[in-house]
Design a binder for this molecule. Structure first.
Ligand code: EPU
Length: 441
Protein backbone atom coordinates (compact mmCIF):
# COMPACT_ATOMS: atom_id res chain seq x y z
CA UNK A 1 0.00 0.00 0.00
CA UNK A 2 1.11 3.54 -0.72
CA UNK A 3 1.18 5.80 2.30
CA UNK A 4 -0.65 8.80 0.90
CA UNK A 5 -3.84 10.80 0.63
CA UNK A 6 -5.17 11.96 -2.72
CA UNK A 7 -7.12 15.12 -2.06
CA UNK A 8 -9.35 17.17 -4.37
CA UNK A 9 -9.55 20.47 -2.54
CA UNK A 10 -11.32 23.76 -2.95
CA UNK A 11 -14.73 22.99 -1.44
CA UNK A 12 -16.19 24.53 1.73
CA UNK A 13 -16.39 21.84 4.40
CA UNK A 14 -19.45 21.82 6.60
CA UNK A 15 -20.90 19.73 9.38
CA UNK A 16 -20.06 18.36 12.81
CA UNK A 17 -17.06 16.45 14.07
CA UNK A 18 -17.19 14.16 17.06
CA UNK A 19 -13.80 14.57 18.68
CA UNK A 20 -11.77 11.54 19.69
CA UNK A 21 -10.09 11.01 23.03
CA UNK A 22 -6.89 13.00 23.50
CA UNK A 23 -3.76 11.26 22.25
CA UNK A 24 -1.66 13.08 24.82
CA UNK A 25 -3.86 11.90 27.67
CA UNK A 26 -4.56 8.35 26.56
CA UNK A 27 -0.93 7.37 25.92
CA UNK A 28 -0.11 8.30 29.52
CA UNK A 29 -3.24 6.83 31.04
CA UNK A 30 -2.77 3.38 29.54
CA UNK A 31 0.72 3.37 31.08
CA UNK A 32 -0.62 4.64 34.41
CA UNK A 33 -3.15 1.76 34.30
CA UNK A 34 -0.19 -0.58 34.91
CA UNK A 35 0.14 0.97 38.39
CA UNK A 36 -3.25 -0.41 39.42
CA UNK A 37 -4.01 -3.70 41.14
CA UNK A 38 -6.52 -5.52 38.95
CA UNK A 39 -8.06 -4.58 35.64
CA UNK A 40 -8.53 -1.03 34.43
CA UNK A 41 -11.12 0.05 31.86
CA UNK A 42 -10.58 3.20 29.84
CA UNK A 43 -13.23 4.67 27.54
CA UNK A 44 -12.73 7.11 24.66
CA UNK A 45 -9.30 5.70 23.82
CA UNK A 46 -8.47 6.79 20.25
CA UNK A 47 -7.55 4.09 17.71
CA UNK A 48 -4.35 5.72 16.56
CA UNK A 49 -1.02 4.22 15.56
CA UNK A 50 0.90 5.42 18.64
CA UNK A 51 -1.64 3.66 20.86
CA UNK A 52 -1.51 0.44 18.83
CA UNK A 53 2.27 0.53 19.05
CA UNK A 54 2.19 1.08 22.81
CA UNK A 55 -0.38 -1.64 23.48
CA UNK A 56 1.65 -4.04 21.38
CA UNK A 57 4.60 -3.22 23.60
CA UNK A 58 2.47 -4.01 26.67
CA UNK A 59 1.88 -7.56 25.47
CA UNK A 60 5.64 -7.99 24.97
CA UNK A 61 6.13 -6.90 28.60
CA UNK A 62 3.59 -9.48 29.77
CA UNK A 63 0.69 -7.14 30.49
CA UNK A 64 -2.63 -7.54 28.70
CA UNK A 65 -4.36 -4.75 26.84
CA UNK A 66 -7.45 -5.50 24.85
CA UNK A 67 -9.93 -3.35 22.97
CA UNK A 68 -13.35 -4.71 23.96
CA UNK A 69 -15.21 -2.07 21.99
CA UNK A 70 -14.17 0.49 19.36
CA UNK A 71 -12.73 2.87 21.95
CA UNK A 72 -12.76 0.91 25.19
CA UNK A 73 -9.64 -0.82 26.33
CA UNK A 74 -9.13 -3.09 29.34
CA UNK A 75 -5.61 -3.23 30.74
CA UNK A 76 -4.20 -5.66 33.24
CA UNK A 77 -0.63 -5.23 34.43
CA UNK A 78 -0.59 -8.28 36.70
CA UNK A 79 1.43 -10.36 34.24
CA UNK A 80 4.30 -7.88 33.76
CA UNK A 81 7.27 -10.20 33.41
CA UNK A 82 10.21 -8.20 32.12
CA UNK A 83 11.81 -4.94 33.14
CA UNK A 84 13.33 -4.22 29.73
CA UNK A 85 11.57 -2.38 26.93
CA UNK A 86 12.77 -3.56 23.55
CA UNK A 87 14.59 -1.11 21.31
CA UNK A 88 12.42 -1.53 18.22
CA UNK A 89 9.08 -0.68 19.84
CA UNK A 90 10.32 1.38 22.76
CA UNK A 91 12.18 3.89 20.64
CA UNK A 92 9.17 4.67 18.44
CA UNK A 93 7.05 6.51 20.99
CA UNK A 94 8.25 9.31 23.23
CA UNK A 95 5.99 8.36 26.13
CA UNK A 96 7.64 4.96 26.66
CA UNK A 97 9.95 6.40 29.32
CA UNK A 98 6.84 6.69 31.51
CA UNK A 99 7.01 2.90 31.77
CA UNK A 100 9.80 3.46 34.29
CA UNK A 101 7.04 4.18 36.85
CA UNK A 102 5.25 0.78 36.74
CA UNK A 103 8.43 -1.19 35.96
CA UNK A 104 10.40 0.32 38.86
CA UNK A 105 7.51 -0.34 41.20
CA UNK A 106 7.45 -4.00 40.28
CA UNK A 107 11.13 -4.80 39.55
CA UNK A 108 13.08 -2.02 41.38
CA UNK A 109 15.16 -1.60 38.23
CA UNK A 110 14.28 -1.11 34.57
CA UNK A 111 15.86 -0.54 31.16
CA UNK A 112 14.23 1.67 28.54
CA UNK A 113 15.64 2.99 25.25
CA UNK A 114 15.98 6.68 24.58
CA UNK A 115 12.47 7.73 23.54
CA UNK A 116 11.40 8.43 19.99
CA UNK A 117 8.32 10.28 18.85
CA UNK A 118 8.17 13.11 16.35
CA UNK A 119 11.40 14.54 15.06
CA UNK A 120 10.83 17.99 16.47
CA UNK A 121 14.06 19.26 17.91
CA UNK A 122 16.35 17.29 20.16
CA UNK A 123 13.63 16.51 22.76
CA UNK A 124 15.91 15.41 25.58
CA UNK A 125 14.54 13.95 28.82
CA UNK A 126 17.31 15.27 31.09
CA UNK A 127 14.94 17.27 33.34
CA UNK A 128 12.77 14.20 33.74
CA UNK A 129 15.58 11.81 34.59
CA UNK A 130 16.91 14.41 37.07
CA UNK A 131 13.50 14.26 38.72
CA UNK A 132 13.78 10.50 39.11
CA UNK A 133 17.19 10.98 40.75
CA UNK A 134 15.82 13.64 43.12
CA UNK A 135 13.10 11.25 44.26
CA UNK A 136 15.67 8.61 45.21
CA UNK A 137 16.39 6.83 41.93
CA UNK A 138 19.69 6.04 40.23
CA UNK A 139 19.82 6.64 36.49
CA UNK A 140 22.54 5.92 33.97
CA UNK A 141 22.52 6.47 30.25
CA UNK A 142 24.48 4.09 28.03
CA UNK A 143 25.49 5.99 24.90
CA UNK A 144 26.60 2.79 23.18
CA UNK A 145 23.19 1.10 23.39
CA UNK A 146 20.91 4.14 23.69
CA UNK A 147 19.37 2.75 26.90
CA UNK A 148 18.50 4.42 30.18
CA UNK A 149 19.09 2.13 33.15
CA UNK A 150 17.26 3.11 36.32
CA UNK A 151 16.97 1.77 39.85
CA UNK A 152 14.61 2.74 42.62
CA UNK A 153 15.04 0.53 45.61
CA UNK A 154 12.38 1.57 48.07
CA UNK A 155 9.75 4.24 47.70
CA UNK A 156 10.04 7.59 45.93
CA UNK A 157 10.51 10.45 48.39
CA UNK A 158 11.48 14.11 48.52
CA UNK A 159 10.61 16.95 46.19
CA UNK A 160 11.54 18.19 42.73
CA UNK A 161 11.47 21.56 41.04
CA UNK A 162 11.47 21.54 37.24
CA UNK A 163 13.97 24.01 35.81
CA UNK A 164 11.31 24.59 33.11
CA UNK A 165 7.94 22.87 33.05
CA UNK A 166 7.62 19.64 31.10
CA UNK A 167 4.25 18.17 30.18
CA UNK A 168 5.15 14.46 30.08
CA UNK A 169 7.82 15.08 32.71
CA UNK A 170 5.16 16.28 35.15
CA UNK A 171 3.08 13.20 34.38
CA UNK A 172 6.08 10.99 35.04
CA UNK A 173 6.81 12.60 38.38
CA UNK A 174 3.17 12.13 39.39
CA UNK A 175 3.18 8.45 38.43
CA UNK A 176 6.45 7.89 40.22
CA UNK A 177 5.15 9.53 43.38
CA UNK A 178 1.78 7.78 43.67
CA UNK A 179 3.22 5.18 46.07
CA UNK A 180 5.70 7.57 47.70
CA UNK A 181 6.98 7.53 51.22
CA UNK A 182 5.11 10.46 52.78
CA UNK A 183 4.44 13.46 50.57
CA UNK A 184 6.20 14.47 47.36
CA UNK A 185 6.10 18.08 46.16
CA UNK A 186 6.55 18.75 42.45
CA UNK A 187 7.20 22.42 41.73
CA UNK A 188 7.13 24.40 38.49
CA UNK A 189 4.97 21.62 37.10
CA UNK A 190 3.28 21.95 33.70
CA UNK A 191 -0.37 23.09 33.53
CA UNK A 192 -1.64 21.09 30.54
CA UNK A 193 -5.23 19.85 31.01
CA UNK A 194 -4.23 16.31 30.03
CA UNK A 195 -2.15 16.23 33.23
CA UNK A 196 -5.25 17.06 35.28
CA UNK A 197 -7.12 14.31 33.47
CA UNK A 198 -4.40 11.88 34.57
CA UNK A 199 -4.66 13.19 38.13
CA UNK A 200 -8.45 12.62 38.13
CA UNK A 201 -7.98 9.10 36.80
CA UNK A 202 -5.41 8.22 39.48
CA UNK A 203 -7.41 9.90 42.26
CA UNK A 204 -10.53 7.92 41.29
CA UNK A 205 -8.38 4.83 41.83
CA UNK A 206 -7.42 5.93 45.34
CA UNK A 207 -4.38 8.17 44.76
CA UNK A 208 -3.98 11.36 46.77
CA UNK A 209 -2.83 14.02 44.34
CA UNK A 210 -3.69 17.68 44.48
CA UNK A 211 -2.69 20.63 42.36
CA UNK A 212 -2.00 24.07 43.76
CA UNK A 213 -1.27 26.11 40.64
CA UNK A 214 2.10 25.01 39.31
CA UNK A 215 2.80 22.82 42.36
CA UNK A 216 1.54 19.28 42.63
CA UNK A 217 1.43 17.51 45.95
CA UNK A 218 1.30 13.73 46.01
CA UNK A 219 0.75 11.82 49.22
CA UNK A 220 1.79 8.21 48.83
CA UNK A 221 -0.80 5.43 49.04
CA UNK A 222 -0.13 1.70 49.09
CA UNK A 223 -2.27 0.57 46.16
CA UNK A 224 -4.67 1.73 43.43
CA UNK A 225 -7.84 -0.03 42.30
CA UNK A 226 -10.37 1.10 39.75
CA UNK A 227 -13.97 1.36 40.91
CA UNK A 228 -15.58 2.43 37.63
CA UNK A 229 -14.40 2.89 34.02
CA UNK A 230 -12.68 6.20 33.27
CA UNK A 231 -13.46 8.29 30.18
CA UNK A 232 -10.57 10.18 28.62
CA UNK A 233 -10.91 13.89 27.82
CA UNK A 234 -11.41 15.00 24.17
CA UNK A 235 -8.47 15.91 21.97
CA UNK A 236 -8.08 19.70 21.87
CA UNK A 237 -5.46 19.44 19.10
CA UNK A 238 -7.91 17.58 16.89
CA UNK A 239 -10.50 20.27 17.69
CA UNK A 240 -8.10 22.95 16.46
CA UNK A 241 -7.32 21.07 13.24
CA UNK A 242 -11.02 20.81 12.32
CA UNK A 243 -11.71 24.38 13.42
CA UNK A 244 -9.00 25.67 11.09
CA UNK A 245 -10.27 23.39 8.32
CA UNK A 246 -13.73 24.95 8.62
CA UNK A 247 -12.30 28.47 8.54
CA UNK A 248 -9.82 28.06 5.66
CA UNK A 249 -12.28 26.32 3.35
CA UNK A 250 -14.82 29.13 3.99
CA UNK A 251 -16.94 26.46 5.61
CA UNK A 252 -18.74 25.88 8.89
CA UNK A 253 -17.62 23.14 11.28
CA UNK A 254 -18.85 22.37 14.79
CA UNK A 255 -16.55 20.36 17.06
CA UNK A 256 -17.36 18.60 20.32
CA UNK A 257 -17.69 17.41 22.95
CA UNK A 258 -15.09 19.73 24.44
CA UNK A 259 -14.89 22.16 27.33
CA UNK A 260 -14.44 25.58 25.59
CA UNK A 261 -12.09 26.62 28.44
CA UNK A 262 -9.47 24.25 26.98
CA UNK A 263 -9.44 26.35 23.80
CA UNK A 264 -9.78 29.82 25.31
CA UNK A 265 -6.65 31.32 23.76
CA UNK A 266 -7.26 29.67 20.42
CA UNK A 267 -10.83 30.99 20.32
CA UNK A 268 -9.71 34.52 21.14
CA UNK A 269 -7.16 34.37 18.28
CA UNK A 270 -9.82 33.10 15.85
CA UNK A 271 -12.03 36.05 16.83
CA UNK A 272 -9.09 38.46 16.56
CA UNK A 273 -8.39 37.35 13.00
CA UNK A 274 -12.04 37.69 11.96
CA UNK A 275 -13.22 34.07 12.15
CA UNK A 276 -16.67 33.20 13.46
CA UNK A 277 -16.98 31.32 16.75
CA UNK A 278 -20.24 30.35 18.48
CA UNK A 279 -20.80 28.14 21.47
CA UNK A 280 -23.38 25.42 20.91
CA UNK A 281 -24.68 24.28 24.27
CA UNK A 282 -21.98 23.76 26.87
CA UNK A 283 -19.64 21.43 25.03
CA UNK A 284 -19.65 22.19 21.30
CA UNK A 285 -18.02 25.02 19.39
CA UNK A 286 -18.92 26.22 15.90
CA UNK A 287 -16.18 27.75 13.70
CA UNK A 288 -17.34 29.49 10.53
CA UNK A 289 -16.16 31.84 7.83
CA UNK A 290 -17.28 35.46 8.17
CA UNK A 291 -15.05 37.27 5.66
CA UNK A 292 -11.40 38.06 4.98
CA UNK A 293 -9.05 37.08 7.81
CA UNK A 294 -6.63 39.55 9.34
CA UNK A 295 -2.95 38.85 10.13
CA UNK A 296 -2.01 37.91 13.72
CA UNK A 297 1.11 37.82 15.89
CA UNK A 298 1.56 34.67 17.91
CA UNK A 299 4.17 33.25 20.27
CA UNK A 300 3.65 29.65 21.29
CA UNK A 301 3.63 28.82 24.99
CA UNK A 302 2.72 25.94 27.24
CA UNK A 303 -0.88 25.85 28.48
CA UNK A 304 -2.72 28.18 29.08
CA UNK A 305 -0.94 29.98 26.20
CA UNK A 306 -1.23 29.37 22.45
CA UNK A 307 -0.07 25.80 22.17
CA UNK A 308 2.87 24.69 20.04
CA UNK A 309 0.73 21.90 18.54
CA UNK A 310 -1.62 24.49 17.02
CA UNK A 311 0.88 26.71 15.25
CA UNK A 312 1.29 24.57 12.12
CA UNK A 313 -2.46 24.58 11.38
CA UNK A 314 -2.58 28.29 12.19
CA UNK A 315 0.11 29.07 9.61
CA UNK A 316 -2.17 27.74 6.84
CA UNK A 317 -4.95 30.02 8.08
CA UNK A 318 -2.58 32.98 8.05
CA UNK A 319 -1.68 32.37 4.37
CA UNK A 320 -5.32 33.44 3.82
CA UNK A 321 -5.12 36.51 6.06
CA UNK A 322 -4.64 40.12 5.02
CA UNK A 323 -1.20 41.44 6.05
CA UNK A 324 1.97 40.01 7.53
CA UNK A 325 1.53 37.49 10.32
CA UNK A 326 4.29 36.42 12.65
CA UNK A 327 4.71 33.20 14.53
CA UNK A 328 7.41 32.60 17.10
CA UNK A 329 7.90 29.04 18.35
CA UNK A 330 9.09 29.05 21.96
CA UNK A 331 8.44 25.49 23.14
CA UNK A 332 10.27 23.22 20.67
CA UNK A 333 13.26 23.84 18.47
CA UNK A 334 13.00 22.92 14.80
CA UNK A 335 9.21 22.83 14.52
CA UNK A 336 8.95 24.51 11.12
CA UNK A 337 9.87 21.59 8.87
CA UNK A 338 6.43 21.88 7.25
CA UNK A 339 7.15 25.40 5.97
CA UNK A 340 9.06 24.22 2.89
CA UNK A 341 6.12 21.96 2.05
CA UNK A 342 3.63 24.85 2.25
CA UNK A 343 6.00 26.89 0.06
CA UNK A 344 5.53 24.19 -2.61
CA UNK A 345 1.87 25.26 -2.71
CA UNK A 346 2.90 28.88 -3.25
CA UNK A 347 2.74 30.05 0.39
CA UNK A 348 4.89 33.13 1.01
CA UNK A 349 6.61 32.35 4.28
CA UNK A 350 10.00 33.64 5.36
CA UNK A 351 12.15 32.77 8.32
CA UNK A 352 12.61 35.73 10.58
CA UNK A 353 15.84 35.66 12.56
CA UNK A 354 14.17 37.63 15.34
CA UNK A 355 16.59 38.29 18.16
CA UNK A 356 15.42 37.61 21.65
CA UNK A 357 16.85 39.42 24.69
CA UNK A 358 17.21 36.41 26.93
CA UNK A 359 16.89 33.25 24.80
CA UNK A 360 17.75 30.92 27.68
CA UNK A 361 14.74 32.18 29.56
CA UNK A 362 12.48 32.78 26.56
CA UNK A 363 12.72 29.33 25.00
CA UNK A 364 11.48 26.21 26.73
CA UNK A 365 14.05 23.93 25.11
CA UNK A 366 17.68 24.01 26.24
CA UNK A 367 18.96 26.93 24.19
CA UNK A 368 22.55 26.69 23.00
CA UNK A 369 24.06 30.12 22.18
CA UNK A 370 26.53 28.46 19.77
CA UNK A 371 23.73 27.10 17.64
CA UNK A 372 21.70 28.93 15.00
CA UNK A 373 17.96 28.49 15.42
CA UNK A 374 15.06 29.17 13.09
CA UNK A 375 12.28 29.82 15.58
CA UNK A 376 10.20 32.55 13.94
CA UNK A 377 8.46 33.02 10.62
CA UNK A 378 6.59 35.74 8.73
CA UNK A 379 3.59 34.75 6.65
CA UNK A 380 2.47 37.06 3.86
CA UNK A 381 -1.18 36.96 2.87
CA UNK A 382 -3.69 36.57 1.49
CA UNK A 383 -2.14 34.14 -0.95
CA UNK A 384 -3.87 32.04 -3.60
CA UNK A 385 -2.31 28.62 -3.04
CA UNK A 386 -2.20 25.91 -5.68
CA UNK A 387 -2.22 22.12 -5.55
CA UNK A 388 0.96 20.07 -5.17
CA UNK A 389 2.71 16.94 -3.99
CA UNK A 390 3.66 17.11 -0.31
CA UNK A 391 5.52 15.01 2.23
CA UNK A 392 4.66 14.80 5.91
CA UNK A 393 7.55 15.61 8.25
CA UNK A 394 5.94 15.16 11.67
CA UNK A 395 2.52 14.49 13.19
CA UNK A 396 1.08 18.02 13.40
CA UNK A 397 2.69 18.92 10.08
CA UNK A 398 0.77 15.97 8.63
CA UNK A 399 -2.62 17.41 9.53
CA UNK A 400 -1.41 20.81 8.36
CA UNK A 401 -0.53 19.59 4.89
CA UNK A 402 -3.78 17.66 4.61
CA UNK A 403 -5.90 20.71 5.48
CA UNK A 404 -3.81 22.89 3.15
CA UNK A 405 -4.52 20.39 0.35
CA UNK A 406 -8.24 20.57 1.20
CA UNK A 407 -8.09 24.36 0.87
CA UNK A 408 -6.52 24.49 -2.60
CA UNK A 409 -8.52 23.73 -5.75
CA UNK A 410 -7.38 20.70 -7.76
CA UNK A 411 -5.66 17.46 -6.91
CA UNK A 412 -2.89 17.24 -4.30
CA UNK A 413 -1.02 14.26 -2.96
CA UNK A 414 0.11 14.09 0.67
CA UNK A 415 2.76 11.41 1.18
CA UNK A 416 3.79 9.80 4.46
CA UNK A 417 0.37 10.04 6.10
CA UNK A 418 0.96 7.17 8.50
CA UNK A 419 2.80 9.82 10.55
CA UNK A 420 -0.43 11.84 10.73
CA UNK A 421 -2.34 8.67 11.66
CA UNK A 422 -0.08 8.27 14.71
CA UNK A 423 -2.28 10.92 16.31
CA UNK A 424 -5.54 11.43 14.37
CA UNK A 425 -8.31 8.86 14.56
CA UNK A 426 -10.40 8.14 11.42
CA UNK A 427 -9.13 11.33 9.77
CA UNK A 428 -10.27 10.35 6.27
CA UNK A 429 -13.73 9.33 7.51
CA UNK A 430 -14.21 12.57 9.44
CA UNK A 431 -13.10 14.77 6.53
CA UNK A 432 -15.34 12.81 4.14
CA UNK A 433 -18.33 13.36 6.43
CA UNK A 434 -17.72 17.09 6.16
CA UNK A 435 -17.90 16.88 2.37
CA UNK A 436 -14.14 16.67 1.72
CA UNK A 437 -12.79 14.63 -1.18
CA UNK A 438 -9.95 12.59 0.33
CA UNK A 439 -8.82 9.07 -0.47
CA UNK A 440 -6.25 6.92 1.37
CA UNK A 441 -4.01 4.90 -0.91
N1 EPU B 1 12.62 19.41 27.44
C1 EPU B 1 13.95 19.28 27.77
N2 EPU B 1 14.30 18.34 28.72
C2 EPU B 1 13.37 17.55 29.32
C3 EPU B 1 12.02 17.71 29.00
C4 EPU B 1 11.66 18.64 28.05
O1 EPU B 1 14.79 19.98 27.22
O2 EPU B 1 13.76 16.73 30.16
C5 EPU B 1 12.21 20.41 26.46
C6 EPU B 1 11.58 19.78 25.21
O3 EPU B 1 12.55 19.37 24.30
C7 EPU B 1 10.72 20.92 24.71
C8 EPU B 1 10.25 21.60 26.00
O4 EPU B 1 11.18 21.22 27.01
O5 EPU B 1 11.46 21.80 23.95
C9 EPU B 1 8.86 21.21 26.46
O6 EPU B 1 8.76 19.80 26.46
P1 EPU B 1 7.63 18.97 27.21
O7 EPU B 1 8.33 17.93 28.00
O8 EPU B 1 6.68 19.87 27.88
O9 EPU B 1 6.87 18.29 25.98
P2 EPU B 1 6.52 16.78 25.84
O10 EPU B 1 5.96 16.28 27.10
O11 EPU B 1 7.64 16.06 25.22
C10 EPU B 1 4.03 16.97 25.17
C11 EPU B 1 3.21 16.48 24.02
C12 EPU B 1 3.53 17.31 22.80
C13 EPU B 1 3.19 18.77 23.11
C14 EPU B 1 3.98 19.23 24.35
C15 EPU B 1 3.56 20.61 24.81
C16 EPU B 1 2.93 14.16 24.50
C17 EPU B 1 3.24 12.75 24.14
N3 EPU B 1 3.51 15.09 23.76
O12 EPU B 1 5.38 16.81 24.76
O13 EPU B 1 2.68 16.86 21.77
O14 EPU B 1 3.54 19.56 22.01
O15 EPU B 1 3.74 18.33 25.43
O16 EPU B 1 2.26 20.59 25.31
O17 EPU B 1 2.17 14.43 25.41
C18 EPU B 1 2.09 16.24 19.58
O18 EPU B 1 1.06 15.77 20.06
O19 EPU B 1 2.28 16.36 18.34
C19 EPU B 1 3.15 16.68 20.48
C20 EPU B 1 4.39 16.92 20.08
Amino acid sequence: MEDAYIIQGGKPLKGSVKLSGAKNASLKMVIAALLFDGKVTLNNVPRIRDLDELLHLFTELGATAEFVDTNTVIIDGAGLKTNTVDLLHGSKIRSTFLLFAPLLRKFKEAHIPNPGGCRIGARPIDRIMNGLKELGGIVEYDHATGYYHAKLDGKAHGSYTFEKPSHTGTEFMIMLSVFAEGTVHIHNAALEPEIDDLISFLNEGGALICREGSSIIVTGVSFLTQKKPYTIVSDRNEAVTFAVLGLITKGDITVGPIDPKLLEVFISKVRECGGGVDFVGTDKIRFHYKGLFIATKIETEPHPGFMTDWQQNWVVLMTQAQGVSTLHERVFENRFAFVSELQKLGAQIEFDMATVKNPKQYYHFAHNPEKEYKQAIKIYGPQQLHSGVLTVTDLRAGATLAIAALLVPGESIVNGVSILERGYERFVEKVTQLGGDIKRI
